[in-house]
Design a binder for this molecule. Structure first.
Ligand SMILES: *[C@@H]1O[C@H](CO)[C@@H](O)[C@H](O)[C@H]1NC(C)=O
Length: 251
């Protein structure tokens, strides 16, 4: 059993030197942290992201997975985050949150990827634009690739346990870094999907493709999702979206 914290403990030494080492070795093994753009809507300058970028880089994190919904401030915040990353030797990529995007939007998602693909801070893996998600089972990956019109390394958070066809992806993110009941709720004695069980399901479905959870890719969930209590960065942007600040502030 590998706990979430021991994953971090193992991950950080493995990329000691962080971006410097991964630049030297090429983007083979990378560490990501999930970053909620949905709670940083009140930032006004790219320098507002510098502290996060510097801290993450110093920890050996190679890239932030920028989780986006469809809020009116999304593009402004993405722009600021990409600019700050470029200045601070970090990489970033978009992670589409399918609580807000829907699986019928392959074309719009493709356009959003294209909009940011040429920015200097965009994470490229194997010379492809790296893209991920939260959920999104059922998205037509072929349509998405057509809409982008250039190679993408698509590693979404699809769920093999839902029976999703994962043959069209390049990798998968497993979000479940904790025991659960198989339905995104706390486990019970009778319904307990361990982290190891979840790993096996993903590793079997991937059959050798890239897995975000163990090398080749590790993703820390999360950098700043204070409202869900699984964050490793400093608590500094108050929640503007769901009121979770009311209990998380001053913790
Ligand atoms: C679920 O399993 C994990 C080990 O995989 C264990 O640590 C935890 O206590 C179990 N939870 C319940 C409610 O049985």
């Amino acid at each position: 059993m590998v706990s979430f914290l021991s994953i971090i403990a193992q991950a950080v030494p493995r990329v000691s030197g962080g971006i410097r080492e991964s630049k030297r070795q090429g983007p083979n093994r990378l560490v990501f942290a999930h970053f909620m753009i949905g709670i940083t809507s009140d930032r006004h300058s790219s320098s507002d992201y510098d502290d996060d970028m510097k801290r993450a880089s110093a920890l050996g994190i190679d890239a932030f997975a920028l989780n986006i919904g469809v809020d009116p401030y999304t593009d402004q915040q993405l722009q600021l985050a990409y600019d700050s990353a470029a200045r601070n030797l970090m990489k970033v990529f978009i992670s589409f949150d399918f609580n807000w995007w829907n699986t019928g939007q392959a074309f719009a998602i493709g356009q959003k990827i294209t909009q940011y693909a040429d920015k200097p801070a965009q994470l490229m893996v194997d010379n492809k634009v790296f893209v991920s998600s939260f959920a999104g089972d059922g998205l037509n990956v072929g349509s998405l690739r057509d809409a982008v019109g250039r190679p993408i390394f698509f590693a979404p958070n699809f769920h093999p346990s839902y029976g999703t066809d994962t043959s069209s992806v390049d990798g998968l993110l497993n979000w479940m870094a904790w025991p659960n009941n198989g339905q995104n709720k706390a486990p019970s004695a009778g319904q307990n999907v361990s982290v190891a069980d979840g790993d096996s399901a993903y590793v079997n479905a991937l059959a050798g493709k890239a897995y975000i959870a163990r090398p080749r890719f590790i993703e820390i969930v999360t950098w700043n999702d204070y409202g869900e209590s699984h964050y490793i960065g400093p608590l500094k942007s108050i929640h503007t979206d769901d009121g979770a600040s009311k209990w998380v502030n001053d913790m």
